[in-house]
Design a binder for this molecule. Structure first.
Ligand SMILES: Nc1ncnc2c1ncn2[C@@H]1O[C@H](COP(=O)(O)OP(=O)(O)OP(=O)(O)O)[C@@H](O)[C@H]1O
Length: 625
């Protein structure tokens, strides 16, 4: 991606600058549609501050904070604004942790309350009349462990932030950080003062998917400290996670800034996304992507097509045929490319279609079918807790070991291996520890080697037994000889996941690291691609909160949906519309949508009636030859 700093100024950029240049600065919320250049405006605001306030901020030891959604986005923004200690660009978790980390006693006090809550939850479960004896025994054990954790907190010298919480060792997990920091901000005026002093400018990108507690904490600080300028950049129509705030409420005196243009999508795609958005909030974008030819700026027409095809066993072959058709129709052979540079993305709602094709159908089914939302949503981006240690540490560690990359191996073990913690090493000879770790690592590499018959359970058991990496507490009850279903949500899913072969894990990784053109509807937030093919397949999806069939009108609404609509509550139609809007608005050249449906004729009638795509571009199997 080319640097966005050089993009021409829009009125919104001038409005932002007016807010930043005021004394004291004015906080603002920028709300604008897809491709309107919100991230671009954020980057330009950072560059403007660096130019106008850089030296003063540096002298005062202050930083400009930018909070964004993924590590990929952190990298892209850093590349745009340039590496400088003036900028603190991070994900929400790292930002919150950097704020709270020095406050040891507040963290300890909060952790004690959190453990008390967990004990109370278990006592309540224990006291339920239908709780079985086996479950009671486990709950007793857990309560005893938590009480031991509670007693151990006073011994913790320093809390750290890791993937899974282990309170007695002083480790806090992702979910803890999201709760801990807003709670401490609400309780301690001094903390609010320190945040305002350290970061006089705090910008939040993709603010619609930021947790309401975090938004509230920032509004609270800004309300008390007029010198602090908070800027939110978001689009409520692009909220795709249940935990997101959606619309950010304005404090008194804050500016609301909008951008009417779309700079990303060609005209044919812009027409479609405006039509998708119309029943949502009615916002209609103008302009569209342009290119300059011989010094003259011209609109890019691009293409948009919608295929309605039978949901039969031929889906993969039909996808290939659509790509052939698009390549011929647009005269663009890259539609057939499977490599990253081809800039083709096939967007699937969930992974099943990709999973079947790429070789992880069981892993997919385990964490998706009848799974709690935290698992199924986390499957789309690798954040489901059972996947996290493997995706984040174990597989990268094995890849590094296989490639002889000692540096990555050592640094991963240094940060994640409990046996290398300074407290554990104290008074021990290091050499035998390292030898034992090397053996354990060799064993791990063997378990994950090509052709290995090992299961994910074997891998995690090996990691736990050899203390190679710290594992999430939640694995404990699963990694025993006879796991007991205590009725906790997702128990069966995790068991099925642990039984999957390691080959599926590698296939999932190929998918997850984008070594295939597949991506999920959720995973492409904030990104853009020249060629986008959105795959709609409710039969394969199994996601209850979305239904393209209901949204496009070829599956009837349930009584509950009707009741939600009548009550003005958020409905399956709202959620699906937002997701569809995000997907279709990623295209910078060609957009194609394929709906695999049970009854093509009925679906066609329903879809045509929605008026989202011009009728002339709604096609069927007859076009594919
Ligand atoms: N002022 C501008 N002039 C020309 N092109 C621009 C301008 N602002 C942004 N763009 C281009 O428009 C595209 C979309 O920009 P950007 O990613 O910042 O939008 P966004 O509003 O954050 O998108 P989304 O909400 O859909 O993720 C990029 O290719 C960017 O380079």
């Amino acid at each position: 991606m080319t640097s966005r700093i050089g993009s021409p100024d829009t009125q919104a950029d001038l409005d932002v600058r007016a807010c930043l240049d005021r004394m004291p600065p004015r906080s603002f919320v920028m709300v604008a549609g897809a491709g309107s250049g919100k991230t671009t405006s954020l980057i330009k605001a950072m560059a403007h501050l660096a130019e106008t306030r850089g030296p003063a901020l540096r002298r005062a030891g202050q930083q400009i904070a930018c909070i964004t959604y993924t590590e990929v986005a952190v990298g892209e923004i850093s590349a745009d604004v340039g590496a400088s200690p003036l900028f603190h660009i991070s994900t929400i978790h790292s930002f919150l942790w950097s704020v709270i980390r020095p406050f040891h006693s507040d963290i300890a006090a909060w952790v004690a309350i959190r453990i008390d809550e967990k004990i109370a939850e278990r006592r309540a479960h224990y006291d339920k009349p239908r709780t079985q004896a086996k479950t009671k025994a486990r709950l007793e054990q857990e309560i005893a462990d938590l009480e031991a954790d509670l007693a151990a907190i006073s011994e913790v010298e320093k809390f750290v932030y890791g993937t899974g919480s282990s309170y007695a060792e002083g480790i806090l997990g992702h979910d803890d950080i999201l709760k801990l920091t807003p709670a401490c901000v609400a309780a301690h005026p001094l903390l609010r003062q320190l945040v305002a002093k350290r970061f006089p400018y705090i910008f939040v990108d993709e603010s619609q998917d930021t947790n309401p507690e975090v938004v509230e904490a920032l509004r609270h600080i800004a309300g008390e400290h007029p010198g602090l300028c908070v800027g939110f950049f978001g689009d409520p129509m692009q909220k795709i996670y249940m935990s997101g705030v959606g619309t950010v409420p304005l404090n008194d005196g804050w500016a609301e800034i909008t951008k009417p243009e779309n700079f990303r999508c060609p005209t044919s795609v812009l027409g479609v996304i405006n039509a998708i958005r119309a029943p949502g909030d009615g916002l209609e974008q103008v302009r569209g992507r342009t290119i300059t030819v011989d010094g003259i700026e011209q609109p890019v027409a691009g293409t948009s097509n919608l295929f309605i095809l039978p949901a039969d066993a031929e889906r993969s072959a039909r996808l290939a045929a659509i790509r052939q058709w698009l390549a011929a129709e647009t005269g663009d052979g890259l539609w057939l490319s499977d490599v990253r540079e081809g800039d083709v993305r096939l967007l699937v709602l969930v992974h099943r279609m990709a999973a079947n094709r790429l070789g992880f159908p069981n892993l997919y089914a385990a964490l998706n079918d009848r799974a709690p939302m935290s698992l199924s949503e986390g499957l789309s981006d690798g954040t489901a807790w059972p996947l996290r240690p493997l995706v984040q540490h174990i597989l990268p560690l094995v890849v590094a070991a296989q490639a002889g990359d000692r540096f990555t191996v050592i640094s991963t073990l240094r940060s994640e291996c409990p046996r290398l913690e300074p407290a554990r090493l104290r008074g021990q000879a290091t050499a035998p520890v390292l030898t034992a770790l090397q053996q354990a690592l060799d064993g791990l590499v063997g378990l994950l080697a090509a052709g290995s018959q090992a299961t994910i359970r074997d891998v995690l058991t090996h990691v736990r037994d050899n203390e190679l990496l710290r594992l999430d507490d939640r694995f404990a009850m699963h990694l025993v000889a006879e796991p007991v279903d205590d009725g906790s949500s997702g128990f069966e899913n995790v068991q099925a996941y642990l039984a999957c072969g390691v080959d599926e894990l590698w296939a999932y990784r190929r998918y997850f690291t984008e070594e295939s053109p597949f991506a999920t509807h959720h995973g492409v937030k904030g990104a853009q691609f020249e060629r986008v093919l959105v795959v709609i397949d409710d039969e394969e999806a199994g996601f209850r909160q979305y239904s393209y069939g209901k949204y496009l009108g070829y599956v009837p609404l349930s009584d509950k949906d009707e009741a939600n609509l009548a009550a003005g509550e958020e409905s399956v139609l709202d959620r699906t519309r937002r997701l569809f809007y995000v997907c279709c608005s990623r295209a910078t050249k060609d957009l194609a949508v394929v709906a695999f449906v049970p009854d093509v004729a009925a679906a066609r009638t329903a879809i045509v009636a929605q008026n989202l795509f011009p009728e002339a571009v709604i096609r069927g199997a007859e076009h594919l030859g």
